[in-house]
Ligand binder design. Structure first.
Ligand code: ZN
Length: 504
């Protein structure tokens, strides 16, 4: 068999795995939107069967043999060619999927399914002691998982790699610590500032149908193609890239708060543009047609949500339209006051409700704790105390109960350890990418003032989306911006924005 024939067989096989994955994605989308509640049990059975089939297909020994054969072929000569990239990344995925013993996977499924139930009850009763033994069990299994994968440095690296391939604690720790210190200072300044936004402006009556019209209009202006995508309603918003020609975003509306759907829709549409901008027509079912990492995915959504959606130039065009749509609630409201209201900073307990500035502090705290837990430097029993004392240090408020503190997130009960940092990585990357976009498209903000958003989309597509997994996240950032992961652009951006709004 020639290398070309081996490569064709390999990609034919991974394409079949991707078709199973994409079938699951449609079923999952339906589960979160239109499926009747009593269909849940059958749907779980369908999804778990498909996941099993995909796993068996992908871990077939034949795939391992094909990869091994191709690794010594001419196809990997140019390491950035699509063939070499696919072989490199398939090797990485294949090794990870085959290294986990079946018994460990099964035990993880059993334990996390029980842990989630216990977490729900523990959060309801704000009773950490109830969740503690389950946290201990999950952490023990995560340690075993890290050992099975193998790692350099500390076990956390092995888990982080599931979400941010190639990233290491050493790469991100210093950047995160610098960001944290600067954010704590910035927050102090904001709290003591002379001017404070009037948030009641965005907490009036906002008719849901009109919100929907506005959200669709903005998504279209961003370049989201409704002939190759949909926008639907759900409880926990997300985006799912089902495949070429089909990208779906989901949002939720609050009739008394404008921000939720407004920025939620832009956020998910940002994910959607990434999914639909990937070269899936040519590379469906191979790493060249897939996104780089959760952090890079989040950089795309956060850029549209924050750098664009919470910017003055954007609202110079869109505010009159919004005002015309909500004649009563926005009657007589000035652009500057609206702009300040959507950018209001207010430390609060709950991560998912946090503003753009304090959000990263919520994440950094979780990253520090889960890393210490995994290393054994922090005992699960001490999580509430450690959480509360750091929370007060960073955000300046005392946690009143564990349901508002260490019990608020579902992640650890799911076994998602190493996932949190990707949220902050996304924010940092987004500021770096946006800075570069402004350098290369000098009139970008004037374009926003005219409601023209598509050139940013084209730039993102060319530099990031169309690259698939050619580069790992850390290399992609260097490739696009010329500098490694750096917290500076994030801090500079926030200082400039909040300095103007809060008058310091
Ligand atoms: Zn997101």
């Amino acid at each position: 068999m020639s290398a070309k024939e081996q490569y064709d067989e390999l990609t034919q096989r991974t394409r079949e795995v991707a078709l199973l994955g994409s079938t699951s994605a449609v079923l999952h989308w339906d589960q979160e939107t239109y499926m009747p509640p009593e269909g849940n049990e059958l749907r779980s059975e369908q999804l778990s069967m498909l996941a099993g089939m995909a796993h068996d297909k992908f871990t077939d020994k034949r795939i391992g043999d094909l990869i091994a054969g191709l690794e010594s072929s001419d196809l990997v000569k140019d390491p950035l060619s699509p063939e070499a990239v696919n072989i490199r990344e398939l090797r990485h995925q294949y090794d990870k999927e085959t290294k986990l013993p079946k018994s460990l996977v099964e035990e993880m499924t059993r334990t996390t399914s029980r842990a989630q139930k216990e977490w729900v009850q523990a959060r309801k009763d704000s009773d950490f002691k109830r969740f503690q033994p389950w946290l201990e069990k999950v952490l023990e299994l995560k340690r075993q998982q890290a050992e099975a994968y193998g790692y350099e440095g500390e076990p956390y690296n092995a888990l982080l790699d599931d979400y941010e391939p190639g990233a290491t604690v050493d790469d991100i720790e210093k950047v995160f610590a610098n960001l944290r210190d600067e954010l704590v200072d910035l927050l102090d300044k904001i709290k003591g500032a002379p001017k404070q936004p009037d948030v009641s402006i965005v907490e009036r009556e906002y008719d849901v149908d009109k919100q929907k019209i506005f959200g669709e209009m903005v998504a279209s202006a961003m370049g989201f193609n409704f002939k190759a995508g949909r926008l639907d309603i759900t409880t926990h918003p997300f985006c799912t890239g089902i495949g070429y020609g089909d990208t779906r975003i989901l949002t939720r509306y609050n009739p008394k708060r404008l921000n939720d759907a407004l920025f939620g829709t832009m956020h998910e549409a940002g994910h959607g543009l990434y999914e639909s901008g990937l070269p899936k027509t040519d590379h469906f079912g191979t790493p060249m047609g897939e996104s780089v990492s959760l952090g890079i995915h989040e950089s795309q959504s956060r850029m549209w949500e924050n750098q664009v959606g919470r910017s003055k130039p954007f609202w110079q065009h869109f505010f009159p339209i919004l005002q015309n749509l909500f004649k009563e609630s926005l009657h007589g409201v000035k652009l500057d006051d609206f702009y300040a209201a959507i950018n209001n900073v207010a430390p609060s307990y709950i991560r998912v409700e946090a503003d753009e500035c304090t959000y990263n502090l919520h994440i950094l705290l979780r990253f520090e704790l889960e890393r210490a837990l995994l290393r054994g430097d922090l005992k699960p029993a001490d999580v509430p105390d450690e959480w509360n004392s750091r929370f007060e240090k960073y955000l300046g408020i005392k946690v009143d109960k564990d349901s508002n503190g260490c019990l608020q997130d579902v992640h650890w009960s799911f076994g998602l350890v190493g996932y949190f940092p990707t949220y902050t990585l996304g924010n940092i990357y987004s500021a770096q990418f946006f800075n570069q976009a402004k350098k290369e498209l000098p009139d970008l903000e004037q374009q926003f003032e005219r409601g023209e958003l598509v050139n940013l989309r084209h730039w993102l597509k060319e530099k990031i989306h169309s690259q698939g997994q050619r580069f790992r996240a850390t290399d992609l950032v260097e490739e696009v911006t010329g500098s490694p992961l750096d917290h500076r652009p994030t801090i500079d951006y926030m200082k400039a924005k909040y300095g103007e709004i809060y008058g310091f």
